[in-house]
Design a protein around this ligand. Structure first.
Ligand code: TNX
Length: 762
């Protein structure tokens, strides 16, 4: 019977391994070779075998895997134990580094070897994903014969968490560290200080947490709007929390057992409003000694600023043994320094040419301070402004496209590009996503990121310490929402940090599909955003049908309706391929698992208006990269969405818009819609008027309607993005030729665009 079970299990595994990667492990191991021999079958006698007590923690972790319950035995050096899972350290594996390991499965035994305990730890994490989740335990489970040799690509594989904007309890911090370890991440960047909350107990300055850890809750306002620290006696409700030093020690020890280094961040010289609400006397002052406005920036000319931060750092260094200490340094508003008497004196004394040098003065002071204590300073890349000490390290959070330029500055750098690794960005374009900071970084975009810029010269590549994703919690009020934003993007991050590069999206997608049930078993609130259907529409110019394609980033059973009902519903259809639409339609789609919807359904409007596919002549010139598909853009029955720079919009600069459309035959029309977008701050305005003229013969045109934009002047310049279809209704008229004109909004001293994506004719 046992043999039969083994055989069946074996074939099932062989079948499941038919894909590219023989093992479904995230992150992808460096090398996996399938063996020829028989599998190893776990039975009631299977035991973990140790030769050295250094391997004991790994053994205990292995024994504690769900359903494992293996006893731990001591074995002789060099012995070969039957039916054992052998864990051993071996000096000859030094070429795999501190975190590498080998994992060998044979019929007789499983052998896990590593140069250092961290390697054994990661091998156990590999086993965690290898072993099935079975209610009945692992007995009877057969593991196919294979060889794994594994080690990470980067030494810094980080995940950050902002606990200032929203406080996260210690229990969750520990869970978070478990999540890191599960994904073979080794650095937890703990953003303990920001403008609206101080989260670390400092014994020499108790006000920082007595007051600074709490803020007054203000109805209807975001936490950073009108921020005020809460002090004892205040009757108003408060929000906050902080970590005692004892709790921090506990977290650091917990992390160390999981080979996770905790890098604390103490923000300076900016992002520190809270500090000056506790100590207003530390604010910059004008020449009469009046405090300047609290913009969250330390006075660089006041010795007390340095004293406070040194006191803080002294305690931080006691608590955190990490090599790196993060000192923030991002987004410093330097305006007070320009008006502060002390800062101006400092500038004069040091003959600093610019305010950037004041920033460097401040940063370099702490670089020296940390170096003298055997540590290294790391800060956000803005610390490169001015003259940064060469020993400082950088955390780069700009776009991936500019990373090479920063790496050429020669500082050791952790890449956390805002374009790919900001987990506070939206994960899908669905209107159902919970409110996020902004930006759009779906799972696939994280996965597709390549940390080493292709154009970067070899000599600078060694400066890349690794990768990290940042989790800013402005819109993450609790642990559940943090999990939603982090999972499953953390799986893609895991690949970036550990696997050797080279992309295999289909393979990753399949592996992730297998990982999701584990997330569920772990109780993680992961986002199903990658299961949200997306639609693309393509006009077939010959038939004028609109071809609608539906897809999800992760594989799932897709269904849709065309009758307006919410799927799943009796009238739903399985999506098996592109839909050819002859008429306007409302498509509602959702992905199902076991008949249950994975997310809310999405609604897509297909607009098959009368001008679709008409011949178009543009009588204006689209500017630069805003060409989209030329004149066809206007009649392709596609709308450009709410991002004017996405290549789907025509942009016309300092010119009136004009296009001539020609139908195949005389067509009865009664309405023209001019679909446009506006962002006044970017110089993009709705037109001042739109005019429609029609003709039957192409010679004699008749004006049928004019629309006037009557809004009051001046029009405010804002970064709000608005789309609008300006509609012009008129008495039905038959025509073959149509002219649409739109005059641009003239604004003194500035270039102005009209952006248009469709001329909708009904
Ligand atoms: C910028 S990225 C910040 C954070 C915000 C974040 C929102 C960085 C170093 N600073 O303070 O939370 O944008 O995405």
């Amino acid at each position: 019977m046992k043999q039969l079970i083994t055989l069946v299990a074996y074939f099932l595994i062989i079948l499941s391994l038919a894909g590219q990667s023989p093992l479904r492990i995230i992150p992808e191991p460096f090398r996996v070779e399938q063996g020829q021999g028989q599998p190893f079958t776990i039975d009631a006698q299977t035991a973990i075998v140790l030769r050295d007590s250094i391997a004991l923690p790994a053994a205990q972790r292995l024994a504690a895997l769900p359903g494992a319950n293996f006893p731990i035995k001591w074995g002789a050096k060099g012995g070969a134990e039957e039916n054992g899972i052998i864990l051993e350290l071996s000096p000859d594996l030094d070429y795999l580094g501190d975190e590498g390991y080998t994992f060998q499965v044979r019929q007789e035994a499983i052998t896990i070897r590593a140069f250092r305990p961290a390697g054994l730890f990661y091998a156990v994490e590999t086993a965690r994903q290898l072993f099935p989740q079975r209610a009945e335990g692992l007995i009877g489970y057969a593991i196919p014969s294979f060889d794994v040799e594994d080690h990470p690509r980067f030494s810094w594989r980080g995940l950050h968490l902002d606990v200032s904007r929203h406080f996260m309890p210690v229990d969750f911090i520990k869970k978070y560290i478990d999540y890191l370890a599960f994904h073979k991440l080794n650095t937890f960047h703990w953003h303990l200080v920001d403008g609206i909350g101080w989260r670390i107990e400092i014994k020499s300055h108790p006000e920082l947490t007595d007051w600074g850890a709490w803020r007054v809750v203000k109805e209807g306002k975001m936490p950073w709007q009108d921020f005020e620290v809460w002090k004892e006696g205040d009757e108003r409700p408060r929000y906050g929390g902080f970590y005692t030093q004892e709790e921090i020690r506990e977290v650091v020890a917990y992390a160390r057992e999981r080979f996770v280094t905790v890098v604390p961040e103490i923000e300076l010289p900016g992002h520190s409003e809270v500090v000056f609400q506790c100590y207003p006397e530390l604010l910059c002052q004008d020449s009469l000694g009046n405090p300047l406005r609290n913009i969250g920036v330390y006075c660089a000319g006041n010795p007390a600023s340095y004293q406070l931060l040194e006191d803080v750092l002294d305690e931080v260094l006691e608590l955190f043994p990490s090599e790196y200490i993060h000192i923030g340094g991002d987004e410093v508003n330097k305006s007070n320094w320009g008006r502060c008497a002390r800062c101006q004196r400092l500038m004069a004394e040091q003959q600093y040419p610019s305010l950037h040098d004041i920033q460097s003065h401040f940063i370099n002071h702490f670089d020296k301070y940390l170096q003298a204590r055997g540590r290294k300073l790391i800060g956000w890349h803005e610390i490169l402004e001015g003259e940064l000490s060469p020993s400082a390290s950088i955390m780069y959070w700009g776009g991936a496209g500019q990373a090479a330029a920063y790496l050429r500055r020669g500082h050791p750098t952790v890449l956390t590009p805002g374009s790919h690794l900001y987990f506070d960005h939206y994960q899908s374009q669905s209107p159902h996503e919970p409110k996020a900071w902004g930006g759009y970084t779906p799972l696939k975009e994280v996965y597709e990121y390549e940390p080493v810029p292709e154009e970067l010269e070899e000599a600078y590549r060694a400066n890349i310490l690794g990768v990290q994703a940042n989790v800013w919690t402005e819109y993450m009020p609790d642990a559940r929402q943090v999990e939603y934003m982090v999972f499953p993007r953390i799986a893609a991050l895991s690949e970036l940090g550990w696997a050797q590069g080279g992309k295999d999206w289909p393979g990753f997608r399949e592996k992730l599909g297998a990982l999701l049930p584990r997330y569920e078993a772990m109780g993680v609130n992961y986002a199903r955003s990658a299961f949200r259907p997306q639609a693309t529409f393509e006009l077939d110019p010959s038939t004028k049908e609109l071809v609608a394609r539906l897809e999800t980033d992760l594989e799932a059973e897709l269904v849709y309706t065309l009758d307006g009902s919410e799927p799943p519903s009796p009238s739903m259809h399985p999506y098996t391929g592109p839909l050819r639409l002859e008429h306007s339609a409302t498509i509602k789609a959702v992905a199902l698992k076991d008949g249950q919807p994975l997310t809310e359904s999405e609604t897509f409007e297909a607009v098959l208006h009368k001008a679709r596919g008409a011949a178009v002549e543009l009588h204006c010139t689209p500017y630069g990269s805003y060409q989209a598909k030329g004149g066809f853009t206007l009649v392709d029955a596609n709308f450009g969405g709410n991002k004017w720079g996405n290549g789907q919009w025509l942009g016309i600069l300092d010119q009136d818009f004009e296009a001539a459309l020609e139908f195949d035959s005389l067509t009865l029309i009664r309405q023209v819609g001019f679909s446009c977008i506006e962002e006044t701050g970017a110089g993009i305005y709705f037109p001042v008027n739109v005019e429609v003229e029609v003709s039957a013969d192409g010679q004699h045109f008749k004006k049928v309607k004019t629309w006037q934009n009557n809004r009051p002047k001046p029009i405010p310049r804002t970064s709000d993005i608005r789309t609008q279809t300006i509609t012009l209704d008129f008495a039905p008229i038959a025509c073959r030729y149509l002219r649409v004109k739109a005059a641009y909004q003239k604004v003194e001293g500035q270039g102005v665009f009209i952006f248009v994506d469709e001329v909708v004719v009904e």
